[in-house]
Design a protein around this ligand. Structure first.
Ligand SMILES: [Zn+2]
Length: 126
């Protein structure tokens, strides 16, 4: 009789623990689903923005960028900042810097090391 009560108590305890774990699982699942929804909304927004920007870039440049992006682990262009390519983090030598400086503003310049398209900005000083 005592043994039966002991088993029933243990069963109740384990049932309660299963319920607690299930509640935690349900909570985590709900948080994951909410985060996924936020990411879906953000992805849709960024995709739309990208399409708008891509529409203003010449097709051959987009093609080059997509090819480089595929080859370079998802990053086809990188900012040139303080003489450094932010794609490979290698500093351009003086000859390369002079070539970039001499290039027209609309010329596509590329990193000699990683071959990514270098994005010149006002901070590039070039
Ligand atoms: Zn580079």
């Amino acid at each position: 009789m005592e043994r039966r009560e002991s088993v029933q108590e243990r069963l109740a305890e384990l049932t309660e623990r299963v319920s607690a774990v299930q509640a935690k699982t349900d909570d985590a699942t709900a948080r994951r689903d909410a985060a996924q929804s936020e990411l879906d909304v953000e992805a849709a927004s960024v995709t739309k923005e990208r399409e708008l920007v891509a529409g203003s870039v010449p097709a051959d440049l987009i093609k080059l960028y997509e090819k480089l992006r595929e080859q370079q682990g998802g990053v086809g262009a990188a900012r040139l900042y303080q003489r450094k390519c932010e794609g490979c983090h290698i500093e351009l030598n003086i000859t390369e810097l002079n070539e970039v400086r001499a290039a027209a503003k609309d010329t596509v310049v590329r990193c000699e090391n990683c071959r990514r398209i270098l994005v010149r900005t006002a901070e590039s000083g070039l």
